[in-house]
Design a protein around this ligand. Structure first.
Ligand code: TGC
Ligand code: FAD
Length: 399
């Protein structure tokens, strides 16, 4: 068969070091535009702030409202001031944000895929009107309280309760490791009621609701993580999410956020690979660039395959999601794969940078430390292994 290349008119996308499989060539113009816009935002406005933000344990200044102005909050939701983009566009934005820092993507995941999605999917019309437009702009911040001190991987074991009293609800309990907790205007809180697990929209001003920031973190430092406490917190009757019944509701929110993580992990891995490739090309030892050593090339190729294969996987799942064909078990498969590979890439990249790799002058160790949290939150790698294991054997092995 004669190809166009044989005939002398080569129409192939050029071979590049970063997008080796030319995956970008299968993106639409709109997808490429969103990807480029978020990439430019991260590189122009955020990258230079990240080492200090990381050291000081905070988000880069002004990030929530800047992300809102760009349409990154609740970006795949329709109506109520949300942009209503495709899942692939949302994924590409997550990828570019996490190429900056997992804390940026984490903020966007929790705001859009957990807090806003819960209100959008399960809330009353009043909840949606009250919160979604302001949350989409980043002027109101949300958090999502599922995990507790004694209920992490097994949220069904939660102890937080909500009881009916005087035509309202009384909330008691503690939520732990909650992203955005200290900066949130509203918390989506999951609690046991006599009718099973229900979700509640809890404004920060609710009496008996307090937050405490978790300090001394060595991972995901450019992000706020908090404990939420509810001490006889009284809520009106309409604080409950009317459409959310049982654990299925919060788990469906997790599927949304895990989808973003699948893409984000590709961004973090890509940033580490790029840093290692650039360093290896200029660093000389034994009178040769270290990129010229076989052992270094093996590492670079290993990283390259992980980055490209993970990107392909993310894009495939994005196309499935946009076609309404995505299963939560497929999301578990890809979260498991892409985060594991990203951590692998970050660790390998760190070795290529030698001593320089342990500083904040390069992004690699920051990504590596962040990815330890990403491996654990939104379902640990063990839990996702068991979810996929259950899907292929039909036997649940959680107990
Ligand atoms: P199980 O019996 O499997 O399921 C209960 C009901 O839920 C349904 N379901 C799902 N629905 C939608 N999406 C999913 N992913 C779903 N998984 C399960 C299921 O069909 C069932 O429905 P129904 O109608 O039959 O009742 O429940 P289980 O108690 O056996 O638990 C299963 C397990 C272990 C997989 C689940 O508990 C789990 O995923 N655990 C991990 C917990 C977790 O991921 N926590 C994350 C907290 S949020 C967070 O980390 C935010 S970090 C964000 C950031 O900063 O970026
Ligand atoms: P555990 O569940 O105690 O697990 C400890 C170890 O035991 C893990 O290796 C786990 O895989 C393993 N294990 C548990 N059960 C099994 C089993 N059946 N079989 C085999 N191994 C098992 N939660 C929220 O609700 N909202 C948030 O916004 C949020 N943000 C977070 C931000 C950060 C930075 C971090 C680190 C966590 C955040 N979390 C949040 C909590 C996160 O979801 C939990 O940490 C996670 O679900 C694991 O729970 P755990 O830490 O209690 O670990």
């Amino acid at each position: 068969m004669t190809t166009a290349a044989d005939a002398g008119s080569d129409v192939r996308a050029p071979l590049t070091t970063h997008d080796f499989l030319a995956i970008d060539s299968s993106l639409s113009d709109e997808e490429r535009l969103i990807r480029d816009t978020v990439r430019a935002f991260v590189r122009r406005d955020l990258l230079h702030q990240l080492p200090d933000a990381y050291t000081q344990g905070r988000l880069p200044a002004g990030f929530p409202t800047a992300a809102g102005q760009l349409g990154l909050l609740g970006m795949h939701l329709h109506g109520y001031g949300c942009p209503g983009t495709s899942a692939v566009c949302y994924g590409l934005a997550c990828m570019e944000l996490e190429a900056g820092d997992s804390g940026l993507r984490s903020f966007v995941s929790v705001q859009g895929s957990l807090a806003m999605f819960a209100i959008w999917r399960y809330g009353s019309e009043l909840h949606k009107q009250t919160w979604l437009p302001r949350m989409a702009k980043g002027v109101a911040i949300g958090c999502f309280g599922l995990t507790e001190p004694d209920a992490g991987s097994d949220p069904a074991a939660m102890r937080t309760t909500a009881r009916r009293e005087d035509d309202g609800w009384v909330l008691n309990g503690t939520k732990m490791w909650i992203t955005n907790g200290d900066i949130a205007d509203v918390a989506i809180v999951w609690a046991k009621t006599p009718d099973g697990i229900r979700g509640f929209v809890v404004p920060r001003t609710t009496p008996g609701f307090s937050t405490h920031e978790i300090t001394h973190k060595l991972s995901l430092r450019a992000s706020t993580t908090s404990e939420l406490s509810f001490d006889d917190s009284r809520l009106p009757a309409d604080a409950v999410l009317p459409q959310a019944f049982g654990l299925r509701a919060p788990l469906s929110c997790l599927t949304e956020a895990r989808f973003g993580i699948i893409w984000g992990a590709v961004g973090a891995a890509r940033a580490c690979y790029e840093a290692a490739l650039a360093y290896a090309s200029t660093r000389t030892q034994f009178r040769s660039p270290i990129a010229g050593f076989q052992l270094t090339q093996a590492k670079l190729v290993d990283m390259l395959t992980h980055v490209n294969n993970s990107y392909l996987l993310a894009l495939h799942l994005g196309r499935l999601k946009d076609a309404g064909q995505l299963h939560p078990e497929q999301v578990s498969y890809a979260k498991l794969h892409n985060v594991d590979k990203a951590l692998n890439v970050a660790r390998t990249a760190r070795t290529i940078l030698g001593a320089s790799g342990i500083t904040l002058d390069y992004p690699v160790m920051r990504h590596m430390a962040n990815l330890e949290s990403v491996l654990t939150y939104e379902g640990t790698s063990e839990i996702h292994t068991l979810v996929v294991g259950r899907a292929v054997t039909g036997i649940a092995a959680f107990h």
